[in-house]
Design a protein around this ligand. Structure first.
Ligand SMILES: Nc1ncnc2c1ncn2[C@@H]1O[C@H](COP(=O)(O)OP(=O)(O)OP(=O)(O)O)[C@@H](O)[C@H]1O
Ligand SMILES: [Mg+2]
Length: 242
């Protein structure tokens, strides 16, 4: 589904955010990208979505390179991103935000998609005419995911789904994702909530200072009591919670 080879990406002024990154995500897989602040997690998914410059290497999606492909074309090929901070249109209503998300989809299919979003997130259905800016943080995250789903993606990338949300709301978002992946959606999740994402993902890659420090199956990371202290700088080596 997605293949990064020797990816180097970054920003103007020779700022390199990620170096030599090799990563593959298979169809239907849930892949987690974790690591400390500034590791390059957001830069990686922003490069895949087309918002951050690729300096070297390649990004292939469903067999074709994405290099030089405009953002909108990537969306049409099946890539969707829920960015850090959600980036909703606060003055537009819930329904209007969903319509923006579905702009690449024929109008005739949009209302069925919208109803599907409301099945995943019933709370949004109750608030369909409310402005996005007046929603709670959790509802805004649900709307951001819903807006991405409106583009009928094959690969959904979410940056920091859990950030600032209560555990109960995080549960609601993850159960919607669990449902979406049973329907075949491939997921690439960037998360600070590593306990949570290690339980949910199939495979994991740890980045630090733009380089991979560990990659493997999520269960192996879960079963290693020294994993958090060694690769994420959390807790003590005995594996107890901080
Ligand atoms: N817009 C930008 N302009 C210049 N440098 C940037 C920009 N955004 C990020 N960087 C730099 O790129 C590197 C990687 O940042 P990135 O935001 O990808 O990390 P991250 O793993 O998502 O961190 P966090 O957990 O804090 O969100 C950092 O050194 C950061 O300072
Ligand atoms: Mg980030």
């Amino acid at each position: 589904m997605l293949e990064l080879t020797g990816l180097r990406c970054g920003y103007a002024g020779d700022i390199i955010a990620v170096q030599d990154l090799d990563l593959t995500v298979g169809e239907g897989e849930t892949f987690a990208l974790i690591g400390p602040n500034g590791a390059g997690k957001s830069s990686t998914i922003m490069a895949i979505a087309g918002h951050v410059s690729v300096m070297a290497g390649d990004i292939r999606f469903r067999g074709d390179s994405l290099l030089g492909v405009p953002v909108e074309q990537r969306v049409r090929r099946g890539l969707a991103l829920v960015p850090e901070g959600r980036r909703l249109f606060p003055d537009l209503t819930v329904v209007e935000n969903l319509q923006v998300g579905g702009y690449t989809i024929p109008v005739g299919r949009q209302s069925a998609l919208q109803e599907r979003v409301f099945e995943y997130f019933p709370r949004l259905a109750q608030r369909r005419t409310q402005s996005a800016g007046s929603l709670s943080g959790g509802e805004q995250q649900m709307l951001a995911i819903g807006r991405a789903i409106m583009a009928e993606p094959r690969l959904l990338m979410i940056d920091e789904l859990s950030l600032g949300l209560m555990p109960k709301v995080v549960d609601m978002c993850y159960s919607a994702l669990a449902q979406l992946r049973t329907e075949g959606l491939t997921l690439l999740l960037v998360e600070q909530n590593t306990d949570r994402v290690l339980k949910f993902a199939d495979r994991v890659c740890v980045l630090e200072s733009g380089r991979v420090t560990w990659a493997g199956i999520a269960q192996a990371a879960r079963n290693d009591p020294t994993f958090s202290s060694r690769y994420l700088g959390i807790g003590d080596p005995a594996g107890s919670e901080p």
